[in-house]
Design a protein around this ligand. Structure first.
Ligand code: KIV
Length: 307
């Protein structure tokens, strides 16, 4: 459906000419909140999370009953085509968060704070986080790294926080690439201490990315708040994937932890080839896909042919 036609019907179309929107699989209305996700941990219910960056896909994610929707700074790579996440700006993240917010009824909407937006003073970081809540409707922000002091300041400002530890993509230059973290005993103990400190400071959830399953399992077992894993094994309280990875809409080999749930690249390529052929072969649009003059006028000599 085009933007000019949000309801699927042009003036003059009969109901039978308009195509019904694809039926939602689920449209639950009980809003997911940070405390609700924490309750899920207590009840041992797995938390589902995905990234999304625009209205259409966010609506599908929300209607599918996914609990948490992250407007990840991965949009720099999967939507904007950049080499890493570092260049995406606060204004770009706000723009996408607004689009997501308009689509979502149920999921918890979390906005990723981009690189540089929380690495200076704490007041400046809080001011940037406030923009995500006030200007874009985010219900929590995510920050990377062991920044307990900042978490405390954000929570004091009434902003729920998702921490992100392990492989933190904004640290790509310091880490020397995207490498699995916490592989030594010392590093695993440090990760555990960092997770404890974030929880103690008031973080509502922690994303654990690219860490050994055993380390994520031990942290998850002891931490009072939920862990959401990505490349951290099955024992976390929840799982998150980048939407474009699980739908094969990225143009690079997948990491080991990505499961491809659909191959949208192939589906889209097929549709595009078909459309191009149909236009080139005069098969699109058909007469049935065209508008017509009223019958009485159609039977008259066309005005443009009159002398
Ligand atoms: O930006 C992102 O997509 C993320 C997920 C990998 C958790 O931070």
């Amino acid at each position: 459906m085009s933007v000019t036609n949000p309801d699927g019907v042009f003036p003059g179309d009969s109901p039978s000419q308009s195509r019904p929107a694809a039926a939602p699989t689920r449209r639950l209305t009980t809003k997911v909140t940070m405390p609700a996700l924490q309750e899920m941990k207590r009840q041992g219910k797995p938390i589902t999370a995905l990234t999304a960056y625009d209205y259409a896909t966010s609506r599908l994610v929300d209607e599918a009953g996914i609990d948490l929707l992250l407007v990840g700074d991965s949009l720099a790579m999967v939507v904007l085509g950049l080499d890493n996440t570092l260049a995406v700006t606060v204004d770009e993240m706000l723009h996408h968060t607004r689009a997501v917010r308009r689509a979502v009824r149920r999921s918890l909407v979390v906005a990723d704070m981009p690189f540089g937006s929380y690495h200076g003073s704490i007041p400046a970081a809080v001011a940037n986080a406030v923009r995500f809540v006030k200007e874009a409707g985010a219900e929590a922000v995510k920050i990377e790294g062991p920044r307990a002091e900042l978490v405390r300041a954000l929570v004091d400002a009434e902003i729920p926080v998702v921490g992100h530890l392990g492989l933190t993509p904004q640290s790509v230059h310091r880490m020397g690439g995207y490498r699995v973290q916490a592989r030594s005993e010392e590093a695993a103990l440090q990760l555990r201490a960092d997770a404890d400190a974030l929880a103690e400071a008031g973080a509502g959830l922690i994303v654990l990315e690219g860490v050994p399953r055993e380390v994520a399992a031990a942290i998850t077992a002891d931490l009072p708040i939920p862990t959401i894993g990505i490349g951290a094994g099955p024992d976390c309280d929840g799982q998150i994937l980048v939407l474009h990875d699980m739908l094969n809409l990225t143009f690079a080999p997948h990491a080991k932890f990505v499961r491809e749930y659909a191959d949208l690249s192939t589906i889209i390529r097929g549709a595009l080839d078909q459309y191009r052929d149909d236009v080139e072969q005069h098969r699109f649009p058909s007469d049935a896909e065209s508008y017509h003059l009223p019958k009485a006028l159609r039977d008259q000599e066309p005005a443009h042919k009159k002398a």
